[in-house]
Design a protein around this ligand. Structure first.
Ligand code: BGC
Length: 728
């Protein structure tokens, strides 16, 4: 009997193990991604390709909107999973099944909604926008990516960059407010924070721009409803953040639920393929929103799930999230000639390319390191606290009631005062109650237990006033009342539309009762949308919009109330005076009659406009000027002087107006902002370098940039200066 020599065995084992010698280009890390992709696709069966186009849920799901896992037995060939657990061992076990039990060993892409933090939960995105500090927000995204990838997540469904102007829509909490430019800038920050310089680097995750497109225009603020968006608004309002995010290199885009001119985004070939993939050269892949493929049936665009799958794939949706319509029908759709193999290959190629770029074939498993070394690091908490401090907006401060004087005894009242969970807002990631610093914790730690007299006063809703008496007695013993009111976290976010944006009756009643004590009231609000405060505002000496500030909320608020930091947040979304004013936003197009057409029964102006926010100091703007530069650009400058006695940061917002153009453009458009710390008594010169094509041009209703000669107005804090562009 012939026996093999051990050396020969070893050599042949090496030969067989070498992917290059075996011709397995897809396993060769040094080969270009395109070659690896095409090699792998050439080896795949139709069934294997179709599995790559599917995403299912896996793990303990905390999102009540996404229950009903459709795939009971997850096949080793699945393209992606939404991993709702944070157990690395479980994640690796599932990955091992894919890598070892599937014929081609294609790793799974694990996605998760890391929206404003993974374990270290930051302020909601709407609050982050109010910080006007995209670098800090980017740092928060970097931390979130590191924590998430340490737990086995490769891909986050963030940032959400839907311009939103109807606060009845609960999802306003998830985006960066009403302005396209603001959303664009924060989109870029988030993408860079998540993805770093190279997706293959440790601690990065792939980003996902969502929800493409126009979801923020949901009619009446009702979630999942239709939208009616003019072509002009589509291009000048909803598209810019996506265009910026794609340019920044976002790896994926999610199609939205809504329809655009009757064609749901998930079935919209013009928007997904012609614009996104072809005009903008987006080279990542498109994932549908949860069940959005199947929902094409409810939206009346497909007769059944098979038709929905065909329409969505044709439109350009590469991956079906959740509905398994691709999984169930795509093979027969190809076999019957309704869907071409080329279309399947094109989508599979995009998905595989990301897996290669992430380095998943080389490093499919997540290194298991103890939680204490990878989440909630001290530096992460510091970032969370700074971002919360900078996000909070001081809306009112009569007689300088804030900052609190040293030695003040505070009556800390309200259902939010000792609550932890609601401070996280929607999409709390893997945030835990025990990680959160409540207001009572933060303030007691800052000024001492004996100076904080706590009384809940009432619940978030209902009619029970039995705790009022105790709250009033507590107020009587203190110098000032800090009243913490607001929304439970499930009152905003997905599937959380509300017709009224007022505080619940019981909370308003508590405020009115406390007002009768004559004590100054500092109202602290925790909420995920602009609220209507018209009735409440007169009862308050000061109002702090704290938003849903994340785990460091209590510490950040205490620092602000005590004057350790001066408030520097400004609103990224208008606060209406009355729900009847909605939609209301700063950048509407000019009226036909500027002095008529107002509401007869209420003022037409909002209660607090876009970019509004007070400080503990005062700033004076002077010397606004603009100069043409040799290269054809313009340099606008303004001097900002801190005329008060405290160091504080100021954000300067630069707006452009185009008074006579071939279309009626918004009366003012934000084109640049900058935040800087200005010491008391000092001044700083802020500069806006105006590139005429970038900053003065506009898009028409086909998305084509147009640039016209004529006058433009540059305005800043109510002052303005004119630029004249002569005809060339
Ligand atoms: C939401 C998305 C989210 C997805 C996955 C959907 O219902 O609209 O924003 O990323 O679920 O959880």
């Amino acid at each position: 009997m012939k026996t093999n020599h051990p050396i020969i065995l070893a050599i042949s084992a090496c030969l067989f193990a070498s992917p290059v010698l075996l011709g397995q280009t897809y396993r060769d890390a040094s080969a270009p991604v395109e070659d690896r992709v095409s090699d792998l696709i050439s080896r795949m069966t139709l069934e294997e390709k179709v599995w790559q186009l599917n995403q299912a849920g896996f793990g303990n799901n905390r999102n009540i909107n996404n229950i009903g896992e459709k795939l009971k037995h997850i096949p080793a060939e699945i393209g992606s999973l939404i991993y709702t657990d944070d157990d690395v061992t479980l994640r690796n076990a599932m990955q091992r099944k894919a890598v070892e039990d599937s014929r081609l060993g294609i790793p799974i892409l694990f996605g998760y909604d890391v929206i404003h933090g993974f374990r270290t939960v930051y302020p909601i995105s709407l609050a982050q926008a109010c910080s006007w500090n995209p670098d800090l927000a980017r740092e928060a995204s970097r931390v979130a990516a590191r924590e998430a990838s340490g737990a086995g997540i490769d891909w986050t469904f963030s940032p959400m960059i839907d311009v939103a102007r109807d606060p009845r829509w609960g999802r306003v909490a998830e985006g960066y407010g009403e302005d396209p430019y603001t959303n664009a800038i924060f989109a870029v920050g988030a993408v860079k924070g998540y993805q770093g310089d190279n997706l293959a680097d440790e601690g990065t995750v792939a980003a996902c721009l969502k929800h493409y497109i126009g979801y923020g225009a949901s009619e009446g603020g009702r979630d999942y409803s239709c939208t009616d968006i003019s072509d002009q608004a589509m291009w000048d309002t909803y598209m810019p953040p996506y265009q910026a995010g794609v340019k920044a290199g976002a790896a994926t885009v999610m199609s939205s639920f809504n329809d655009i001119n009757g064609i749901p985004a998930t079935a919209n070939r013009f928007l997904l393929t012609d614009v996104l993939k072809q005009r903008w050269n987006f080279d990542g892949f498109v994932v549908s929103d949860w069940n959005a493929v199947e929902q094409l049936v409810s939206q009346g665009i497909a007769a059944d799930r098979a038709a929905a799958a065909a329409v969505a794939l044709y439109a350009g949706v590469d991956m079906d999230m959740g509905s398994n319509a691709y999984g169930e029908h795509m093979v027969s759709l190809v076999e019957s000639g309704i869907v071409s193999m080329d279309a399947i290959d094109a989508s599979v190629a995009r998905i595989l390319a990301l897996k290669f770029r992430l380095g998943l074939f080389e490093h499919p498993y997540t290194t298991e390191i103890p939680e204490s070394q990878r989440v909630l690091l001290d530096s992460d908490r510091t970032t969370a606290r700074r971002l919360a401090e900078e996000s909070m907006v001081l809306l009112k401060n009569t007689d300088d009631v804030l900052p609190l004087r040293a030695g003040t005894t505070v009556a800390l009242i309200g259902p939010m005062a000792d609550n932890r969970g609601h401070l996280l807002g929607s999409w709390p990631g893997h945030g835990r109650d025990e990680d959160i610093v409540s207001v009572v914790d933060g303030l007691s730690q800052r000024i001492g237990n004996s100076k904080v007299l706590f009384s809940r006063g009432c619940d978030f809703e209902g009619t029970d006033t039995t705790l009022f008496a105790e709250a009033l007695a507590t107020a009587g013993k203190a110098d000032v009342v800090v009243l913490c009111l607001g929304e439970k976290r499930e009152w905003s976010g997905e599937n959380a539309s509300r017709a009224s944006m007022e505080l619940p009756g019981i909370q308003k009643k508590l405020l009115a009762a406390l007002n009768r004590t004559g004590k100054p009231i500092v109202l602290v609000l925790t909420n995920g949308r602009p609220l209507i405060l018209t009735d409440d505002e007169p009862y308050c000496s000061a109002i702090v919009e704290m938003w849903q500030p994340g785990i460091e909320g209590g510490n950040a608020l205490a620092a602000l109330l005590c004057g350790d930091v001066a408030p520097s947040g400004k609103l990224a979304m208008t606060f209406p005076r009355h729900v009847g004013q909605v939609p209301i936003y700063y950048n509407e197009r000019p009226r036909a009659r500027r002095d008529q057409g107002f509401y007869q029964d209420i003022p037409t102006e909002p209660l607090y406009p876009f970019a509004y926010g007070l400080s503990y100091t005062s700033f004076e703007y002077s010397d606004l000027g603009v100069e043409k530069q040799a290269d054809g650009t313009f340099r606008a400058t303004v001097r900002v002087t801190n005329t008060g006695s405290r160091d504080a940061a100021e954000t300067v917002h630069w707006f452009i107006s185009d008074p006579a153009s071939s279309i009626s453009r918004p009366a003012r458009e934000l084109k640049y902002f900058e935040k800087r710390m200005i010491p008391a008594g000092n001044s700083a010169v802020f500069v806006f370098d105006i590139d005429p094509v970038r900053d003065l041009a506009f898009v028409n209703s086909h998305g084509m940039p147009l640039f016209e000669a004529g006058a433009y107005i540059v305005s800043v804090n109510g002052q303005s200066v004119e630029i004249n562009l002569a005809k060339q």
